[in-house]
Design a protein around this ligand. Sequence first.
Ligand code: ASP
Length: 659
Amino acid sequence: MQLDRLGDFQRSHRNGGLRLADAGQSVRLLGWARKVRDLGSLIFIDLRDRWGIVQLRLDVADADPALLAKVRAVRSEFVLGAEGVVVEREAKNPNMDTGDVEVRLTALRILNTALTPPIPVEDIEGQVANEDLRLKYRFLDLRRESVQKNLRMRSEAAQIIREHFHKHEFIEFETPILTKSTPEGARDYLVPSRVHAGEFFALPQSPQLFKQLLQVSGFERYYQICRCFRDEDLRADRQPEFTQVDIEMSFVREQDVQGVIEPLMVELAKLAGKEVSAPFPRLAHADAMEWYGSDKPDVRIATKILDVTSAFAQSGFNLFRAAAESGGSRRVRALFIPGEAAGGLSRKQLDELGEVAKHLGAGGLPYVKWGKDGLSSSFKKFVEGDAEPALKAALGAGGEGLAVFAVGTDAQTSKVLGELRLRLGRQFGLVDESRFAFLWIVDFPLLEWSEEHARFVACHHPFTAPHPDDIALLESDPGRCRAVAYDLVLNGYEVGGGSIRIHDAETQSRMFRTLGIGEQEAREKFGFLLDALAFGAPPMGGLALGLDRLVMLLAGETSIREVIAFPKTAQARCLMTDAPSPVDPRQLKELHLLEERAQTYRVGAVFFESAEGGNPGLRAEAVQHLSQMTPHQTSGLVTLDESGRILDAQTLHGPTFEF
Ligand code: ASP
């Protein structure tokens, strides 16, 4: 098809902005044909641009033949320039912003054609293509209004963030993408150096050390909206590359950092139409684990985990009594969900919950249920009679409801009940969806024991300051040392985390020692940091927000892929560009990743005494040709690479063949 040129065609109006007040106006519009409806005497085209959709109309009877032919050629997703006059519609469409008007076409330019889209490019209830297909044709998927809305919101959020930090005199920086691999943290993405054989850059997991160094340099307030890279196993809210809003400040306490973030959150929440007020509640990590079994509790569910160990101190139920006698190393903890619905849970539903508990590491799911028919329980004979009122008191159970129990170490019971709390909360409609529930989790432990590495590892990162009251524990009882670290939690998601930093070289060295990083390794890996801390580093602290997760929550989505323009799959692939992909062995060689293990083979000549073939002349010629070759001429060197590809071939006295 002969395409029209954009030429001097200028858009006069935005499609989505046309209203009754524009009736009578001549307009020039641009966009994509969302839908074409040819009714015989009338042809309608819905023209979509970034701002919305308007209906174009052509009355066939009195249309100019050239225009009619053009309009008839239009298919979905063709790119058009339309000229016409806005008129009031006879049949208004209350479901469209522009539903009061339509544009009577007077001229049309077809700026481009389009193949039939392999996925829907508009939001139709129940017609979302499968995600792999959506990601393969992401450029089309991104035409859908819901995705466009998310990405516009992301842009607005970024704008609000920039304005906020600018207003508070933060300086925006760009820190290196090619940086140094350091131990600790997640797995690095590595970039081999071509210039320095055998050496690697790492992509930054975060700009942590650079932002600290900028404090040493005296900038006092740093921020950056930056990309971070972590080679981790992925989940719905993780990507190999993700975006942080990263800040760092000098001469601050944790409240100062939190105090800068809270008003920003208040502003951002407005994007989702939510009113929140600062300051946000603070909850000690230990309490979060105790009450919610999670360090990122969704406090929109009021139900808390209860310690009911002592209610079983005299119980005949051995499993629970043994925990009561364990001196605190094992406890019986429970969740009580009040109400008729919970009390009326069926056997099958309870079995399903039991499976979930097993999946989370529990042996099963002991329960007690008060329903229409009174008490039922998986350990009924131990809770009947005298034991019942005491148990009810321990659970705070007045009427009907369901109690589920977990027994074991705190880590085990938190895992099971933390997850069941969320499930049951959702199942019984206990989540107050109207709220945006921000809170700070504070007083994190500094270190945790890693079975895998048989040593302590940093809970946050190795540059986090120990709590001033706990410094001596660094050597004597590292596991009990608290950190000056804080996470920002929203609706059960960690949306940010930060800490006050170690700002003197000696404490930093002590921390490295506690982490099992020896003097020499510390110098090799972190020499620049130790040097910087020794040259007058100010007290400092900061935080990083996960922008993808934050926008996901603002947009009411449950996957960060919905708020990232070109995300990767859960298998860490870009289905659109098909990355990662194999590269040419030559590139690998340049990067010193493929050893030049090319081998040289000596080849000799092969003589044929006779040759098969239908043409006696040619056969004779071939035999003669071969027989004329002396062994010298036919000896040669052939160089093959590992995969058997011929790189180079030479006869000893003859020409070189190029491959
Ligand atoms: N760099 C840290 C992180 O990525 C955040 C911080 O401590 O500021 O989690």
